[in-house]
Design a protein around this ligand. Sequence first.
Ligand SMILES: C[S@@+](CC[C@H](N)C(=O)[O-])C[C@H]1O[C@@H](n2cnc3c(N)ncnc32)[C@H](O)[C@@H]1O
Length: 647
Amino acid sequence: MSDDLTLQELVQYLAAERGPDLRGYKHTSLERRIRKRMGEVNAGSFRDYLDQIRANPAENVRLLNTILINVTDFFRDPQAWQALRDEALPGIVSSIHPGDTLRFWSVGCASGEEPYSLAILISEYLGPALLDYNLKIYATDIDEEALAVARRGEYSIEKLRRVPPQMREKYFIGRGPLVRVSRDIRRLTIFGRSNIVSDAPISHCNVVVCRNVLIYFDSSTQNQVLSRIHYALEPRGVLLLGKAESKLANSSVFRPLNTRWRIFQKSSPGNGEDIGELRPRSRVQAGAELVQHEMESLQLYQRYILESVKSGLMAMDGNDIVLNHNDAFVQVWGIKGNRLVGKRLQNTELVYRCPELLARLDNSRDNQGQPLHFQCNLKTDGDERLLSIVIRPVMSENNDRIGTIIHTEDITDHERLQGTVDQLEATSEELQSANEELETTNEELQSTNEELETTNEELQSTNEELATTNEELQSLNEELENMNEELEHRTQELHQLTQRYAETLRSMPWPVTLVDDDEKIQLWNAAAQRLFGVGETSVVGVGIDHLPVKLEVRNALIRRYRSVLQKAKPSVLPRQAIGASNYPGDFDVHFTPVFRNNRQVEGVLVMFGPRSQVTVPVSKPKRVAAKKTARKTAAKSAKKTPRKGKK
Ligand SMILES: C[S@@+](CC[C@H](N)C(=O)[O-])C[C@H]1O[C@@H](n2cnc3c(N)ncnc32)[C@H](O)[C@@H]1O
């Protein structure tokens, strides 16, 4: 048995192993194209090539790219479009009412020129009435890369060569080299990946355009596809085929509207000759078709659900080969024009963008079917993004892992917002605590203020007291000043008096000296100076014991002085021979005590009087006693001598 495979076996293996399903494609052209690719990768046989594909799943995508031919153009075959407009649209539009839905489907839309041409055609045809209808143009293709271009709606100006200038103006934005379809046109079109051979068709279509697609398929697959299109069309719906596609020329389920430009109208099935799939079927066949139809519907739902969610979703099989993903997924990961479907995860750009992805995927295998969540800083060419990634294992009923779904969300803005919210919260808390501190400080200030007010009041009252005291002091001062003046006046008077006394003593004709209680001579008048021949300056301050007199006289004088001082009574020391050279006679020396405050004796005034001139002073009591004695004596003598008259 040969080691090699037939083309058919290769195609079967590819379909079974989730490679491209090429089963309905024409063998001749398929073999030509597969061999072309085999030559490019140096595969000597189909087995060899299958091994290469198994070793490198990315080859699946390259093979498909080799087989699919995306040639297309705006208003390709303009006359066909003209015929569609003039011969098909009037009937379709006349059969619907304002508010109704118009559904068009471009099968094998490639990079979008065909569905956009359709949108422009119907917009032109309806004019402002377009707004009266709910127009939807579905556009499907098996080729993701072509669909990505279609969705962008951006074309080089050369691509518009068949678009009349007024339509370019109206339905395209920009002047080149790149122009873009207008928003209104883009809004009318809905793109999706769908295999016309195996996926569920779009239903209730008024027009299906399927040009240059059937040519890929063998006759039975063409019938199958036409059967699906028939199913997709509304009664009296219109089908436009490519100019080389003459399959329906003799069909009884499609009525030709324009044979040259391959425009057909759906007619009721069963009214004559059937095509392919529309032949009478067995009950088993019918059941299988129903299941198939449900499956296809489910797939369609799945696809639309995928396209509706904003998060990126990607499904992988048990061998980590990408089965499917939505548009959001490639947008979130920042991957442009890069096919993921059919590639093993480790061979995709995802791993370069998030190096930990593979390790996380491995970790998820130990996670007992639980989703694994992590965040990844995305390495992109320009900006930085933060992705939230969930690896969710797909488990069979037997709890076997049969695949994986990777859910991705761009949380950059959310995180930034969260950061801002956190900052705002922190600032708010700081403000609150600052506010509380301010309130506390304010309360403290208020109490300090109250204390200050109290202190101020106290100070004010103290101030008032001080002012009163000041006034009192001022008046006291004035009184003192008055007293002082009076005192000065008195002192002056006293001084004058003292001087007068001293002068009087000095100028007395008799020698006078004042001896203080310390026996020191304090005064020495001119007469004393003359008598004793000694000047005032030599005597004042000197002791009485230095008086220039004879010793026995001096002692007598001292004794008498001390006696007078003690007794505080005047006394006379008579007949004292002073022995002065210029006055040889005796003196009677008079001692008179001098009182301080009339109580204490502070000195003794000593006066030397010449005997002849000195009258011995007799005290008043003695005089009274003498008079009494005289009177008693006179009375005694009168008793002794009786009076003559009475006898
Ligand atoms: C030559 S192009 C035609 C484009 C356009 N309809 C036109 O006539 O200008 C054929 C397109 O059919 C697509 N195609 C091939 N096989 C397909 C399939 N099984 N399901 C859907 N599209 C398919 C290809 O990817 C390609 O984009």
